[in-house]
Design a binder for this molecule. Sequence first.
Ligand code: PAN
Ligand code: ZN
Length: 198
Amino acid sequence: MEDTPITAELTLPGGTLSRFTGHTVRTLSDMRGYYADTAAYEALLAQGDRVLYEVYEVARPALPGELSHGTTILYPGQVGEEYVMTKGHYHAIRETSEVYYCLLGEGMMVMEKPDGATSVQAMCAGTVLYVPPRWAHRTVNTGQQPLVTFWVYPAVAGHDYASIQERGFRKIVVERGGGPAISDNARFQQGSAGSGEG
Ligand code: PAN
Ligand code: ZN
């Protein structure tokens, strides 16, 4: 693994990086079970699969001191009333944090802790958002254009998707009267997941 300095160009409005180690493309079919309105999800998917977000990552070795970083381009849209969103996750090593810098678009960061604490923060170009240790996090695009974020987190963190995939977040972001509103997730399942390490 390269241990010399790395320079890359982050191009806007696309949000792409000129150098990266990984490029992940998430489509509607990757998101089965994530959206509250399953009928709306199936109806939309029947019209064709489509890209919902892309991630460009400079993944660094899982060693103390290393920082992985990259960009996420979250496209606009809705599944039923719910705005397009990332899967969301806990970090496998719970005592790790993350910094997000919003470069373009409008959205929200939905966060929660296993003890039931929740926080939903608005993001627009220029917003710097700190996700402290132990907070699960998901970005939601509430605007009309791509939501582009740059983020940095400790390379040792790892990702735990299972807790969120199984139980969802307590709060969801839906369209009400033409704008975003925060709503309780009726399908949120109580459970003990999300409290462990890795
Ligand atoms: C981000 C996210 C990225 C995609 O790099 O991984 O925005 O979201 P999901 O991983 O939830 O699909 C991050 O938070 N890394 O830790
Ligand atoms: Zn993260």
